[in-house]
Write a protein that binds this ligand. Sequence first.
Ligand code: NAD
Length: 339
Amino acid sequence: MTNFLITGGAGFIGHHLAKHLLGMEEEVTIYDCFSDYYSPYLKWRNARDVENLGGTIVEGNILSKKHLARAIYKNKIDTVVHLAAQPGVRYSTENPEMALRINVEGTSNVLSVSRENGVKKVVITSSSSVFGATQYMPMDEEHPTEPISFYGVSKLTTEKLVAVCNHLYPEFDTTILRPFTVVGARQRPDMAINIFISRVLNRETINIFGDGNQTRDWTHVGNMVQAFYLAAIQPKAKQQIFNVGAGTRISVNEVLAIVEEVTGIEPILTYTEMNKADVKDTFADIGKARRLLGYQPKKTISDAVIDFAQYWEEVNYGKLLASEKLIDREFSSTEIFSP
Ligand SMILES: NC(=O)c1ccc[n+]([C@@H]2O[C@H](COP(=O)([O-])OP(=O)(O)OC[C@H]3O[C@@H](n4cnc5c(N)ncnc54)[C@H](O)[C@@H]3O)[C@@H](O)[C@H]2O)c1
């Protein structure tokens, strides 16, 4: 049995990973500050679900080395999966200092505190945003990294921190994953599938940036969780970087058609200019992840749309948010790039 600590474990991807690991009889501690980027209520809800399955919640900030060290030491952690971050490409245009502080300083803390406290393995979450404008597709791990957002710069800097660690401490086992647009139930409220389905079910207008022909490698969170687990346990993953997507490329307009098919409601759309921090296309070459990790994406964008729509209906998400004013920030537009 492995003792996992998941930073950002109350978030969208983190809580799915925590539940998956608990299902495999692993020990899981989630470490999260319940930041107010989006409703902390939703994060507490995720965390309580993890706790009900036997996980431990530690409320803490990755900017506090002391607190993080205590969580690792007290829970006898062997493996850290680092997901805590300030996400949001567009948000980083207005708030570059948040992305840089939390993603760079926070990741530096996670790396040093883990190493100093005997953690055997650390999986670091980067992003496809490190690539910037697509120069060829599908994008393999060697694709040039020239980010066009402050968020992308923050994630590329975390990759450089890991590279220095690998150089200075070759015995320290690290792996970097670069997720491509992750989709599924409980997705963040600033992301496309959440916005599309919530708005369609509320009969509200969806604002599309660009003409909707931009494409993404939409990655079901179930596939992503599989990749995180494999990265944590597979010895061949040591000091490697992996692009993790579905290995498919689907346009926003095609996704809207899936949303219409699943909900039975025709979306009401308006179109505005592409955001300058958005990239036009993403498409992961997942050959390396398949070869070294044994990664096999099974779930599709259609599964993710169905899962999210079901989740929305189950918890009557729209009404809950409206009635309790749970959203602090208005995410009226789509974040249709890889955060
Ligand atoms: N969702 C995607 O499509 C996607 C794509 C590429 C990369 N990523 C990366 O995956 C990770 C998880 O993304 P997500 O979509 O689940 O986001 P999320 O916002 O749902 O989860 C992030 C969690 O980190 C926590 N957190 C933020 N700052 C913290 C701090 N200082 N200390 C402790 N906890 C803190 C938040 O409270 C939140 O629960 C992030 O690193 C993100 O950059 C996500």
